[in-house]
Design a protein around this ligand. Structure first.
Ligand code: SAH
Length: 345
């Protein structure tokens, strides 16, 4: 249990010997200002000291490394958890918005061969507090640069829908206590069907991204092993249910891999699936990772693929690649693996 794992009722118990407004004050400090009780100068000294040494109010994340790229517009943090596990969080400033990409698990069990986290394997689920604290700390950093954190994407390490309950509790906390709009929260999944169904029934209108990468089962079985359990036809059925239930735009993520999923026939199959559920397609050339030798599609091929999708009636965007040089780009988060023994970051 750490500070962002406590419920408001837990907090009230910790502060039961104090006037009731103290609970709200400490809570708002944590969520609205991103300030731990040790920094809340409005508290009487003795209370502040007591709370600062209260184990249940300790931070969950200790900074292991911070790296910047894109002229400071991308920041990656590696955090050590209380048990020594490592996770990563990436903050990205864009002209009209500031987005944090958070991890939902230490490692990942989905084993996608092209993803550095998948190559490293699964360690454990993150707690709600470990997820929320990534957002709050990114928000504090954004404020220092006079920016306001506006968006959260669950696109860091891990499969959010394989840690559904804690991820959903984090979503509720971000919405109710951090004050982020549910429409600015995006859960990205490799296609865990039961989780998609639960999202369809959940009250808050968060966005859903499905990491598709292949539009036929033969190729998808190979790229995304969980496809053998949740094949495309059933996945598309669940996507349709989600769209019908929420009336929100679904997106498909597609990492373009040279010669594997970037041919005109792939675009045609993808277009059909996307049109069926009116999904928006986000294209990104595959980022390099140590365990996968096939390259990302070159820029001209990415453009041609996007144009082909457009001509087939599909909305497609080419995603800007952030933080490749600091291993902060999609699919490159692998805090556990020592890939660069010569680096000190
Ligand atoms: N497990 C969830 C959340 C991880 S999100 C999911 O799969 O959606 C990370 C996103 O980056 C996913 O769309 C994933 O497919 C994509 N990705 C993984 N490895 C990548 C790589 N090497 N290059 C580009 N994108 C990658």
């Amino acid at each position: 249990m750490a500070r962002y794992d406590l419920t408001a009722a837990d907090m009230a118990v910790l502060l039961e010997s104090e006037p009731a407004y103290r609970t709200r004050q400490v809570w708002d400090g944590l969520y609205r200002q991103g300030t731990g009780p040790e920094q809340l100068t409005a508290l009487p000294r003795t209370l502040r000291d007591r709370l600062a040494s209260e184990p249940a109010l300790a931070p969950a994340l200790s900074l292991d490394a911070e790296v910047e790229s894109d002229g400071g517009d991308t920041v990656k943090w590696r955090w050590a958890l209380h048990d020594g596990r490592m996770i990563e969080t990436v903050l990205m400033h864009y002209p009209g918005r500031t987005t944090v990409c958070v991890s939902s698990q230490a490692g990942c069990a989905m084993a996608c061969g092209f993803c550095a986290t998948g190559q490293a394997g699964f360690e454990r689920n993150l707690t709600t507090g470990e997820i929320v604290e990534q957002v709050v700390r990114a928000g504090a950093e954004a404020r220092q640069k006079a920016r306001r954190l506006s968006n959260v994407v669950f696109m860091g390490m891990g499969e959010p829908l394989a840690n559904y309950d804690r991820v959903w509790a984090a979503v509720e906390r971000l919405h109710a206590d951090v004050g982020l709009s549910a429409r600015h929260l995006t859960i990205s999944t490799i296609g865990v069907i039961p989780g998609i169904r639960r999202l369809a029934a959940a009250p808050l209108p968060v966005n859903l991204a499905v990491s598709l990468h292949a539009a036929d089962d033969v190729l998808r079985d190979e790229l995304v092993p969980i496809n053998r359990r949740y094949p495309l036809a059933e996945l598309m059925e669940a996507c349709r249910e989600w769209v019908d239930a929420k009336g929100r735009r679904l997106s498909f993520e597609w990492a373009l891999i040279a010669g594997m999923n970037d041919r005109p026939a792939d675009a045609a199959r993808l277009a059909q699936l996307a049109r069926d559920v009116r999904a928006h397609v986000n294209l990104i050339p595959l980022n390099p990772t140590p365990g996968f030798l096939t390259m990302g599609t070159p820029a001209a091929g990415v453009r041609a693929f996007a144009d082909l999708l457009t001509s087939l009636g599909v909305n497609a965007t080419v995603r800007r690649n952030r933080g490749t040089d600091i291993d902060a780009a999609c699919g490159q988060l692998a805090a556990r693996v020592t890939q660069h023994p010569d680096r000190t970051d």
